[in-house]
Ligand binder design. Structure first.
Ligand SMILES: Cc1cc2nc3c(=O)[nH]c(=O)nc-3n(C[C@H](O)[C@H](O)[C@H](O)COP(=O)(O)OP(=O)(O)OC[C@H]3O[C@@H](n4cnc5c(N)ncnc54)[C@H](O)[C@@H]3O)c2cc1C
Length: 416
């Protein structure tokens, strides 16, 4: 069923009784060409690009819960391509370009909103570092603008510019950055892949990987065994657990990240802002809630909920940047499990196990990467070769030393 203004009008005249489900609910087949483990953004995007760009449609996405129940439905929806390092910039810019055409590609309203992302700076040294990043972006063909204090003040008049500890001196702006409706992204990819014949198998937890002669040939699931020629892992915070089923130990730690939403307010902030003197970022959803977040909780956990110290830390940063927020009531908060890699950058690669492919290490920045991640992972699975913009995201870089440490934090996943 194709969505359009005309179909909306036609359904309105029929009392909206003719809408069909966005995807089928099939029984698992005995065998597929490709099995994708994980019905999050990356798994679903991979399925869509395998079907639409490589004509590989005998594919199943296996999701242990419901589609979008993981981080893709829990994140704070920020999309941007303001990266410094050559391994990252072209990849995230491809993602931004795919975001820009996503709704037409999927025939689905993912509410992509290029409202801009401003990273604030609070010292001369930080300004210089941001100028360097902005210049690197422009050299790579990515838009960036270095703003002074007055330009930022004109856009965000309510921030505390003269805070004695963290005066706001200016910001690095990427106007093409912004946000997208997170679960609509999952639903849009699922619907588009389903329409080309991909099976969405929900409530289908992978409990084992079947190996024959060192090759992965199938999976054990809560809905029975399924054979496959190729098996692709896209399970984000569960990467370590699923890889262990094939005897692999990954350079990944799982940490909790929390997000927060305030009560609904009239339009206050029409861009995304990140505080440069602490880990805090904020934007406003279309429903009016202020959406914000900060650091990971800092301990290893698979629990999709966080703890109080980070809540206090995030609120302190909020108050330092925007004291007026003290009058706002927080409505709800939640957590997701993040696949933190040792250098803060992702992995899209084959593994030492034949037939097993890995997509992981997204830390807390994987939502913006969803389109390019699926695009490049599908390319790898279909052709056996890494896509040129994802060529640096190799699993063996942790052994060879070719790290992509965007933050310069070292092998400390809790700091990335
Ligand atoms: C609070 C929070 C805020 C964030 N904010 C941002 C942001 O603003 N911008 C940004 O770019 N990124 C952000 N992120 C990060 C981003 O959400 C993730 O990096 C990205 O969603 C991970 O990829 P995914 O969508 O495929 O993961 P997921 O949606 O987690 O998908 C993985 C799926 O695998 C399934 N699974 C796991 N194990 C199995 C199994 N054994 N069998 C079958 N299925 C299994 C899970 O149920 C899950 O649905 C945020 C994350 C959180 C938690």
């Amino acid at each position: 069923m194709r969505y359009s203004a005309f179909s909306l009008l036609a359904q309105a005249f029929r009392g909206h009784k003719g809408w069909t489900p966005a995807w089928r609910d099939p029984e698992p087949k005995a065998e597929y060409d490709v099995i994708i483990i994980g019905g999050g953004g990356h798994g679903l995007a991979t399925a869509h690009y395998l079907a639409s760009r490589h004509d590989i449609t005998n594919v199943a996405v296996l999701e242990k819960g419901y589609l979008g129940s993981g981080n893709v439905g829990r994140n704070t929806t920020i999309i941007r391509s303001n990266y410094l390092l050559p391994g990252n910039t072209p990849f995230y810019e491809l993602s931004m370009k795919l975001w820009e055409g996503l709704e037409q590609d999927l025939n689905y309203n993912a509410m992509v909103s290029q409202r801009g992302v401003i990273n604030l700076y609070h010292s001369d040294a930080q300004r210089d570092a941001f100028a360097r990043r902005g210049n690197a972006m422009r050299l790579a063909g990515v838009d960036s603008e270095l703003l002074g204090q007055e330009q930022v003040r004109a856009m965000l008049p309510y921030l505390d510019y003269d805070n004695a500890r963290f005066p706001v001196q200016g910001g690095l702006l990427q106007r093409r950055g912004g946000s997208a409706r997170h679960d609509a992204v999952a639903w849009g990819y699922a619907r588009a892949a389903d329409s080309r014949g991909v099976d969405m198998l929900q409530n289908c937890e992978v409990t084992g990987i079947t190996m024959v002669g060192g090759r992965a040939v199938g999976v054990e699931t809560s809905r029975g065994p399924i054979r496959a020629k190729k098996i692709a892992m896209a399970v984000a915070g569960n990467s370590g657990r699923v890889a262990a089923m094939a005897g692999l130990r990954l350079p990944i730690e799982t940490h909790v990240l929390q997000a927060f939403v305030s009560e609904g307010l009239k339009p206050l902030i029409d861009t995304v802002v990140t505080f440069g003197a602490g880990h805090f970022y904020i934007s406003q959803s279309d429903k009016g809630g202020l959406v914000f977040g900060g650091d990971i909780d800092g301990y290893n956990s698979y629990a999709q909920r966080g703890n109080l110290p980070v809540i206090e830390d995030v609120m302190e940063s909020a108050m330092a940047l925007w004291p007026g927020l003290g009058r706002v009531r927080m409505l709800r908060h939640w957590g997701g499990v993040m696949d933190m890699s040792m250098d803060g950058s992702p992995i899209i690669d084959t593994t030492p196990v034949d037939g097993l492919y890995l997509n992981s290490g997204w830390c807390y920045g994987g939502f913006k990467a969803t389109p390019a991640s699926g695009f490049c992972f599908a390319h790898l699975i279909a052709t056996g070769e890494p896509h040129p913009v994802a060529a640096a995201y190799r699993l063996d870089r942790f052994a060879t030393g070719r790290l992509i440490d965007e933050k310069g934090a070292g092998a400390q996943p809790n700091l990335h």
